[in-house]
Design a protein around this ligand. Structure first.
Ligand code: FE2
Ligand code: FE2
Length: 264
């Protein structure tokens, strides 16, 4: 089972640049082309939030067009830049998305690894939260299949990174989340976005990871008083491979042309 993870695509309306500088749509188109060329081809794609920049229907329609070449299922969750209602309306045919509930949380079955999607969005806030209702739902889902290897995917990572301005807008109740995870040893990975760069930490005894954005990256600055900075480092995505005899292993791929030193 091969899972690709794309994140923080921040799609804007046609002709509008993110931060006045970043034309995010061509970046996503390049990531999609990259995924299409991969061999083996991923079985599914996880898109871990900040799918669009302003939560507007026109942005989701543009996102939908950009993702359309992908033949495999794409599982969407919201980030702080997303709007649940606009997302659900434009992706009405994505049958896994819950209808009528308050949160976009769901389980993906049918693969060797069971996937549990969490919704950390708090409308109007940059930071995220898993309230008692959302955490209770997670605990119930983990308890119903204790023998299945499970991956949780969510936008806000449940750990601090040392990047001060991002930590100031992280997941509010990471400790409570970690306690739920700690009770469930079958959670193999917690796969996140939001940070716009790949970072790993242990949470509740299991590995939690973030992924690079398909577009702009957050600058690596660990000074406690550093302002938030972005950098045009190589964008990328992650591949999470599950294979008998290996278990789950996570790779970070960078987008771009990187010739071999032996190429002529
Ligand atoms: Fe983002
Ligand atoms: Fe975010």
């Amino acid at each position: 089972m091969l899972m690709a993870q794309i994140t923080d695509m921040h799609i804007k309306p046609e002709g509008v640049l993110a931060y006045g500088r970043v034309d995010t749509a061509p970046y996503l188109a390049r990531a999609v082309s990259h995924l299409l060329a991969l061999r083996p081809r991923p079985d599914l794609v996880l898109a871990t939030g900040d799918l669009v920049d302003g939560g507007r229907p026109e942005e989701y329609r543009r996102l939908r067009d950009l993702l359309a070449p992908l033949p495999m299922p794409v599982y969407l969750i919201p980030g702080n830049h997303d709007d649940r209602n606009a997302l659900a309306a434009v992706f009405a045919d994505h049958a896994y998305l819950p209808r009528g509930g308050r949160f976009m949380q769901y389980v993906v079955e049918g693969y060797p690894v069971r996937l549990v999607a969490l919704d950390t969005l708090v409308p109007g806030q940059v930071g995220g939260l898993l309230c008692a209702e959302r955490l209770g739902w997670l605990a119930a889902r983990l308890e119903e299949a204790p023998d299945r290897p499970t991956v949780i995917f969510m936008h806000h990572p449940p750990f601090l990174t040392g990047i001060a301005r991002m930590d100031a807008h992280g997941l509010a109740n990471s400790a409570e989340f970690a306690e739920v995870v700690r009770r469930h040893r079958h959670v193999q990975r917690i796969v996140c976005g939001h940070l716009h760069r790949p970072i790993q930490a242990l949470v509740g005894g299991t590995l939690a990871t973030t992924a690079p954005s398909t577009a702009h990256q957050v600058a690596l600055n660990l000074l406690p008083d550093a302002p938030l900075g972005f950098a045009f480092e190589p964008p990328g995505y992650q591949l999470h491979l599950w294979r008998d005899g290996i278990g789950l292993v996570s790779h970070t791929a960078v987008l771009g042309d990187w010739p071999s030193p032996s190429a002529r």
